[in-house]
Design a protein around this ligand. Structure first.
Ligand code: TLP
Length: 341
């Protein structure tokens, strides 16, 4: 049986056009800075996000971790939302790789109020870790693909500048936020000192993220990337995939958002949509099961032909993507009704 795979938007395979671009890509040794297409990809993303420079990183996790390492010193503290990817899904990396502690705050749908951040600031006193960095996530994965309001980000950034705090954006799915809101990518990136954009989520490339910031920051990240073993050689074919994704797969994210909304409507009818329909902003749908039986449901969905991801014992996640079409949408709705109806 071929399953419909809604576990994540990371499951997509390169399209024919992308494979062709990868196949014909010329390559050079990127550790020597000689891979032409990689240089083009890095500067294209930097320009798109209004920053001085960009750096290709093998994964979104490594990109976030390099940002934290490049912005902080051991003993510093990093503020984030308690549902942030950095706090939940990066293997405790900040403690090991940067020697920092995270200060997770209870955001509302992944969104932090300025007052919470002000309260969380550590006094300048040797008893305390030093608050150095604020990380936000847009769109917010565990909140269900929520788009972060730019006005809220700007309030936080204004405060951060006054307090000499740095700001990093986990923009794994920033382009979903751009398409859903109509806000320019550079406007979303402006309040941040660094932004990590994933090419391997909704944009459909097989590998990679691009981290952007000013040249000094990217220089530090480049050194740490090498130190962490992430300096790569003939990466032109990966850059070609990334460039193809930026050219061809941004506008089409509206289709993913539309299909997610359709799935959310079905879930709402079945009484399992975690939040009100208005919170399905982009390509992620969260289902709630207070009975705590999500592992059994996962198996039942699989049996019926649908792969889902279990977030915890009460939550299941569906993510729409490039390899999920209208016909599969109809089938997925039928499976949801059959298993949950
Ligand atoms: N998220 C994955 C899992 O790790 C949960 C997924 O399937 O959604 N930031 C955000 C907001 C992410 O959602 C992810 C991936 C990452 C960073 C990390 O990217 P990778 O998987 O490339 O390390």
């Amino acid at each position: 049986m071929t399953h419909i795979d809604l576990r994540s938007d990371t499951v997509t395979r390169p399209t024919d056009g992308m494979r062709k671009a990868m196949h014909t890509a010329d390559v050079g040794d990127d550790v020597y800075g000689e891979d032409r297409l990689m240089n083009e990809l890095q500067s294209t993303v930097a320009e798109m996000l209004g920053k001085e420079a960009g750096l290709f990183i093998p994964s979104g996790t490594m990109s976030n971790q390099l940002a934290i390492r490049s912005h902080t010193q051991p003993g510093d503290e990093v503020i984030c939302d308690y549902n942030a990817h950095i706090f939940n899904y990066e293997g405790g990396g900040p403690a090991l790789l940067s020697g920092v502690q995270l200060h997770p705050l209870p955001g509302d749908h992944g969104i932090l109020e300025l007052a919470q951040i002000v309260k969380a600031m550590r006094p300048v006193d040797h008893h305390y870790a030093q608050t150095r960095l604020i990380t936000l996530e847009n769109t917010h994965n565990r909140a269900g693909g929520v788009v972060y309001p730019l006005s809220m980000i700007e309030l936080v950034a204004e405060y951060a500048r006054k307090q000499k705090l740095l700001m990093h954006l986990d923009g794994a799915r920033l382009m979903n936020a751009v398409i859903a809101s109509g806000i320019d990518p550079a406007a979303y990136a402006e309040p941040f000192d660094s932004v990590s954009l994933c090419l391997s989520k909704g944009l459909g490339a097989p590998v990679g993220s691009v981290l952007v910031g000013d040249t000094d920051f990217i220089d530090r990240a480049h050194r740490f990337r090498k130190m962490f073993g992430g300096g790569m050689r003939q990466v032109g074919s990966l850059a070609a995939a990334g460039l193809y994704a930026l050219e061809n797969h941004i506008e089409r994210l509206t289709e993913d958002h539309h299909r997610a909304k359709e799935l959310a409507k079905t879930c709402q009818e079945l009484g399992v949509l975690e939040y009100d329909l208005a919170w399905t902003h982009t390509n992620i749908v969260l289902l709630a099961f207070p009975a705590g039986n999500t592992s059994e449901l996962e198996a039942e969905f699989k049996q019926a032909g649908l792969l889902v991801s279990v977030v915890n014992d009460q939550r299941i996640r569906l993510v729409t993507h490039l390899d999920f079409n209208d016909q599969q949408l109809d089938s997925a709705k039928e499976i949801l009704k059959k298993v949950l109806g």
